[in-house]
Design a protein around this ligand. Structure first.
Ligand SMILES: Nc1nc2c(c(=O)[nH]1)N[C@H]1C(S)=C(S)[C@@H](COP(=O)(O)O)O[C@H]1N2
Ligand SMILES: [Mo]
Length: 289
């Protein structure tokens, strides 16, 4: 047998540590009903899962890594059940009466216009400064690349006016986004032959799947400003993905990682039945639609 390489050894070590962290998280969770300090339990779980998440990149085997990432994401989702429930009820702004539009053909079927800008996400918004932003471009790339906010800003800056459609039926027209093309970011890392999709991740443990054809369009941006002002924290600031031609759940806020893969790997909402692509003009809301 070939002696194991250092990388394989490190990978096995990380896998074992993640497995131990997940087991520990499950134990803490099981004990939760007999403990009164729910907030403390929640904090412990969040810490264990965050640590597991931070070890993921050391797992060498791509399939194993995705499997472990799924295990972590499912446990984080359990943590956030209350918040998910609140989110599905919808914010007051989501419930507001539709406004009018000059050209009704701009509004896809089943959508209505919202005068405000609803905030929609699972879990708690992180409070990161621009200096803390690190975007990891990894998976089937030529060079694993980690970009700071300043490095992103050094790319060609693009300003766009685009409509935004959320699957919960609100649409917001004429959003002015400032950022850089996702395509330019991928070019820095180099797309490896065979890569067809990406898993885009964002805090606190969100992810979505996108075909590279969708991700490399001209108007897909990593954005840091909206309507001329720095992106608010709750809308994904300092940095979010914007994929205007697909439903809003593809526009990952607090984006942390672009992982190129050779097949479609479902993300947070896709695992829960949302459509793999999510084209609002075809009303691709749920799988089977
Ligand atoms: N990290 C993260 N990004 C996310 C989400 C999330 O839960 N977490 N929700 C998505 C959904 S469903 C929508 S509609 C948009 C909402 O963006 P907004 O809150 O700026 O309106 O963010 C998307 N990006
Ligand atoms: Mo959404």
């Amino acid at each position: 047998m070939e002696p194991a390489t250092d990388a394989t050894d490190a990978g096995a070590g990380a896998t074992a540590r993640i497995a131990r962290l997940l087991t520990r998280a499950d134990e803490v969770r099981k004990a939760a009903p007999i403990r009164s300090d729910a907030e403390v339990v929640r904090g412990q779980l969040a810490e264990l899962l965050a640590e597991a998440r931070s070890l993921l990149d050391e797992v060498v085997d791509e399939h194993l890594r995705l499997e472990l990432a799924g295990g972590i994401a499912r446990r984080v989702a359990d943590l956030d059940q209350e918040e998910i429930a609140a989110m599905l009820v919808g914010s007051p702004e989501v419930a507001r009466a539709p406004t009018t539009v000059d050209d009704p053909s701009r509004v896809p079927a089943g959508q209505h216009l919202t005068p405000g800008w609803p905030v929609l996400h699972v879990g708690r918004a992180p409070s990161w400064t621009r200096d803390e932003v690190r975007l990891v471009v990894t998976g089937m790339v030529e060079r694993r690349t980690v970009l700071s906010f300043a490095e992103l800003q050094a790319l060609e800056v693009v300003e766009l006016l685009r409509d935004f459609h959320c699957v919960t039926t609100w649409s917001r027209l004429d959003n002015a986004w400032t950022g850089v093309r996702l395509r330019d970011v991928l070019a820095l890392a180099g797309i490896r032959a065979g890569a067809s999709h990406a898993v885009v991740s964002g805090a606190p443990a969100y992810s979505t799947n996108l075909h590279l054809d969708d991700l490399t369009r001209d108007d897909v941006l990593l954005a840091w400003a909206h309507d001329g002002a720095p992106l608010d924290r709750e809308h994904g600031g300092p940095l979010r993905l914007v994929v205007p031609h697909l439903y809003g759940w593809k526009s990952v806020k607090w984006v942390t990682e672009l992982r190129l893969v050779d097949r479609d790997v479902r993300g947070y909402w896709e695992e829960r039945g949302y459509h793999d692509r999510g084209d609002p003009w075809r009303e691709e809301r749920f799988r089977g639609d």
